[in-house]
Design a protein around this ligand. Structure first.
Ligand code: ZN
Length: 80
């Protein structure tokens, strides 16, 4: 299982073959995992990924367990 690399920031273009873009705006992207990629935080396969460059976020509770990953410029939220 390939784990998303985040050490030098997350580059969605490295994974576009297996991540389906669901929604995108200026600072956020929502993607679905279509290729069994593993979560950089816990190593398990995730379902959906939010990539954000916004400074603050407010969420309704995501369904089920989720992981947060921080890079220098992005916040990643991965749902399982
Ligand atoms: Zn995880």
């Amino acid at each position: 299982m390939e784990r998303l690399k985040v050490q030098e920031g997350f580059d969605v273009h490295e994974y576009r073959h297996g991540l389906k873009l669901l929604k995108e705006d200026r600072e956020t992207m929502r993607l679905a995992n279509r290729d069994g990629f593993a979560c950089p935080a816990c190593g398990r396969e995730f379902e959906k990924l939010l990539v954000s460059e916004k400074r603050t976020h407010t969420f309704n509770s995501p369904p089920g367990p989720f992981c947060l990953v921080r890079t220098d410029e992005q916040l990643l939220l991965l749902t399982h």
